[in-house]
Design a protein around this ligand. Sequence first.
Ligand SMILES: *[C@@H]1O[C@H](CO)[C@@H](O)[C@H](O)[C@H]1NC(C)=O
Ligand SMILES: *[C@@H]1O[C@H](CO)[C@@H](O)[C@H](O)[C@H]1NC(C)=O
Ligand SMILES: *[C@@H]1O[C@H](CO)[C@@H](O)[C@H](O)[C@H]1NC(C)=O
Ligand SMILES: *[C@@H]1O[C@H](CO)[C@@H](O)[C@H](O)[C@H]1NC(C)=O
Ligand SMILES: *[C@@H]1O[C@H](CO)[C@@H](O)[C@H](O)[C@H]1NC(C)=O
Ligand SMILES: *[C@@H]1O[C@H](CO)[C@@H](O)[C@H](O)[C@H]1NC(C)=O
Length: 523
Amino acid sequence: MCSPNFSFPNFKTAFSLLCPLIISHFIVVCLQEISEAPYTELTVNDILSSIWRDFPAAPNFTSFLKSSSAVHSTARLESPRDQYCVGDTLNVLVEMRDYEGRPKKQGGDFILARIHSPNLQASSSGYVTDLLNGSYRVSFTLFWPGDVQVSLRLIHPSEAVHALKRVSAGNYGKIKYTGTFINGSKREESQCSIRLDTDKALCEYRKKEDGEYYACIKPQTLPCSSLQTMRSQNNPVPNLTKDESQLLARKWIGLQIKNKFSSLKVISCSAGAHRKTEKCEAGMKSPFLSGYFLANKWTSSFCKTGHFRSEGDINRCLQGKRLYLLGDSTVRQWVEYLEKKLKGLKYVPPVNRFSVKLAVNPQKNITVKWRMHAHPFVFGNNVHLNKTVHISRELDRVPAGEGRSDVVVVIGVGQHFRPFPLEIFIQRLINIRQAILRLQARSPRALVVIKLENTRELSSAMTHVSDWFGHVQNLAQRKVFGDLKVALVDAWDMTVAANTFAIHPNSVILSNEIAVALSYLCH
Ligand SMILES: *[C@@H]1O[C@H](CO)[C@@H](O)[C@H](O)[C@H]1NC(C)=O
Ligand SMILES: *[C@@H]1O[C@H](CO)[C@@H](O)[C@H](O)[C@H]1NC(C)=O
Ligand SMILES: *[C@@H]1O[C@H](CO)[C@@H](O)[C@H](O)[C@H]1NC(C)=O
Ligand SMILES: *[C@@H]1O[C@H](CO)[C@@H](O)[C@H](O)[C@H]1NC(C)=O
Ligand SMILES: *[C@@H]1O[C@H](CO)[C@@H](O)[C@H](O)[C@H]1NC(C)=O
Ligand SMILES: *[C@@H]1O[C@H](CO)[C@@H](O)[C@H](O)[C@H]1NC(C)=O
């Protein structure tokens, strides 16, 4: 009755594997009926359409001067007061205008918002609601007392957002891949891609059960199996108009929207009302305003974050644990941070900047291992394909067991997917979701942490890696992982609040990402 069903990727396998778990906790009959399932089946198309459903229609883009302009637009307080209380919601109304000063009539602008008190090293991001008529409501929670400033950046006008969306749909060509085939002393190169439009013979690399695929043009003499490394470079994006290209130039990215008000006075009106006392537990819903910095320390808005910033506290929490960091260099940073911070934690081979870093503390019995996720990745250097890992395969290999509580998995993906059509990323997320369910069925006490994407440099190649792609991909992560028993580390919220715009955030951000994750591990 509970025999595994191998038609991946779908929910049935996860359900079959969950059956033993369900039986051990409740006496239930294991029916292989989807309607009995605790988790629903997700398809790439469901996720895609739920993301684009709420997306405003394309604006009528006639010229640069008719696009949204930060410097011509204004922000005002919805119901201004002389004084605000800690815990209040602050609503700011943005009225968008174009470069000729005319009010915009449609939504779709990409705005990032924060409040901050520089002298207190305090900040928090804002939640932007598109009113779809050229106005936006930005909501903040006033988390701390002090003088608070509001800062709003127009990252992209709606005209640029739609250009990005248009030139990305179905476009696999933003990145040019060169594969190197090696056998003995023989070496050949050829072009590779997630989709290749050519009549030439192909080497196809297909993970049928995952619905994943890439290919290379077959090299002249060497067999397909001798493909060893891949490197990439950016291709220019065709089909942008001159005005659209102008909008995507650094000069017009992330400009400040003018405030019609000065800083606000926030006071504590009722003593100690806002400290959260609930334990952080995997499966809790992480809202969009997930917390705030004060004195550079992040406090969650919905559960009790621990300190975990000193060597002693981190060691106590990690003692006897295996930490598997799976994903890109933004989770590699976690092992690098911990290796610096914890004196007893030392690198042991293999160590490779592009694929694997392992650090152990034998006394405290701590292992931290980072593995780079498999293709697609965007590196100018040759990366050995066989040293990267399919996160879903790797999750299946994590040593696990009913009684084990030493396994912590942190998954951080996204940055390398930004140049590709969204469905590629969603397919990967769905495969990871299935593997998380399999892991949790084998090892119910394993902690799974999802680290969302952080923002990156405003000088990045916008057509390839704009933060708008990251924003949309984070929406996809919330949809794919939202009903699972996982902990969310909202690196987006933190980096918007702290105004970092760095693909590799600084140690303030890292220490807080790790502290939030450990709050789910050690209460
Ligand atoms: C878009 O612009 C064109 C040409 O300026 C105009 O004819 C058309 O009515 C506009 N459409 C909308 C929806 O504003
Ligand atoms: C935009 O819509 C909001 C909410 O429906 C409304 O309050 C506001 O007055 C509108 N703004 C304009 C300029 O029409
Ligand atoms: C390398 O070449 C040898 C001899 O031609 C062949 O037997 C072997 O399968 C090749 N290896 C790979 C990985 O393609
Ligand atoms: C660019 O436009 C041409 C002609 O409209 C179209 O055939 C092509 O698919 C477009 N390319 C991309 C990458 O959107
Ligand atoms: C290290 O931790 C693992 C997992 O908790 C445990 O099985 C093992 O016995 C520990 N080893 C030592 C030397 O304490
Ligand atoms: C991966 O590739 C490297 C370099 O070509 C090779 O030395 C190594 O044996 C390969 N490892 C595996 C597991 O195939």
